[in-house]
Design a protein around this ligand. Structure first.
Ligand code: PHE
Length: 339
């Protein structure tokens, strides 16, 4: 019996010393001390022993159990601390490494200008309306007093999808839609993309406009001037002056170009304003009676004013950007400057 016990003990010691993780150690525990383990088997085997030998053998087996348990718990704490050290080594964080910085994006300058404009006009009670970019000839031209063979169509050539469906050339198309959909009084601001067969340093085949339309009783050119002046002062400088210069658009009568005093020379004349002291910023006018009639609004009862602002033009003036193509090249060195 003693021999057998020694043999089991030696085997257990060997197995324990070779266990290199906690899982292996647990398997050894089961094999020796578990319900059907070797040591437990010895105790069960005592039934077959003569009565007088049992206490002695019992004591020996219990000692064996204790010894194995002690060795095991020693090994267990060794393995635990080894595992801990491994984890500490492999998960170590080098706090002296430079941090990873996520580059934060920024709004595109066109969106910055768009938001600023909306904010300026929202304060005056304007509502946003967004019309479709793929538009009917009717809204883009005919209802705006630009019939089929009108020479004004030349300046606004665009991509036609069918003879009657085109990429809109101006956000003015929204004017007719709004006037058909809603009843006056109206105060509408309509931002969006427009398309024209144009391509050079100050023109792009796709660009952005912001249309303004007010229809109410007793509207005059003074209302137009006051509204635009308030917005331009907010957008540029408080001491800026505006002037209206006669112009022509088929859908407004009278029509005007709105100029502001040159930012660069303050009106003396320089390269930016081509010596005139003024810079043209947008087109506007009193809504043509014909357009009101086309949209079923009685021109003897209601009048309106409208304006169209080129967002690229405003952004170029505001930030001193020399070439419109910079807006669309997606060069992050350019875009980053607007953070
Ligand atoms: N739609 C005109 C253009 O694109 C601008 C404009 C809008 C003029 C509203 C007058 C009134 O040139």
């Amino acid at each position: 019996m003693q021999e057998k016990i020694n043999e089991i003990y030696q085997n257990a010691l060997n197995a324990i010393s070779q266990a290199n993780d906690l899982k292996a150690l647990d398997e050894i525990r089961v094999a020796y001390l578990g319900k059907s383990g070797l040591v437990t088997g010895l105790l069960k085997g005592m039934r077959d022993l003569p009565q007088e030998e049992r206490p002695k053998v019992g004591q020996m087996v219990n000692e064996l159990r204790e010894k194995i348990t002690t060795v095991m718990s020693q090994k267990e704490s060794e393995l635990k601390s080894a595992e801990m050290n491994n984890a500490l080594a492999s998960e170590r964080v080098d706090v002296t490494m430079p941090g990873k910085k996520d580059d934060l994006g920024s709004l595109h300058p066109i969106n910055l200008v768009r938001n600023e404009l909306i904010e300026a006009f929202a304060g005056m009670g304007f509502e946003i309306y967004e019309g479709p970019e793929i538009e009917l000839d009717e809204y883009n031209f005919r209802l705006l007093n630009i019939p089929q063979d009108h020479p004004a169509r030349d300046m606004q050539d665009t991509l036609y999808i069918t003879e009657n469906i085109l990429l809109r050339t101006q956000t003015s198309s929204g004017q007719a839609r709004v006037m058909q959909e809603k009843k006056p009084p109206l105060k509408i601001l309509s931002p969006g993309k427009v398309y024209r067969a144009d391509d050079d340093a100050t023109h792009s085949p796709m660009f952005h406009q912001m249309e303004g339309l007010v229809v109410d009783k007793n509207i005059t050119l003074c209302d137009l001037k006051g509204t635009l002046e308030a917005f331009l002062k907010k957008m540029f400088k408080d001491d800026l002056k505006t002037r209206l210069r006669p112009s022509y658009f088929p859908f407004t009568e009278p029509s005007v170009e709105v100029d502001v005093t040159c930012f660069e020379c303050k009106g003396k004349g320089c390269h930016l304003c081509k010596g005139t002291g003024w810079i043209e910023v947008l087109g506007a006018g009193i809504v043509n009676r014909r357009v009101l009639e086309n949209c079923n609004i009685n021109p003897d009862e209601y009048q309106g004013f409208a304006f169209g602002i080129g967002l690229e033009r405003i952004a170029m003036l505001k930030y001193g950007i020399p070439d419109i193509r910079l807006f669309f090249e997606n060069d992050v060195r350019f875009l980053k400057q607007f953070k």
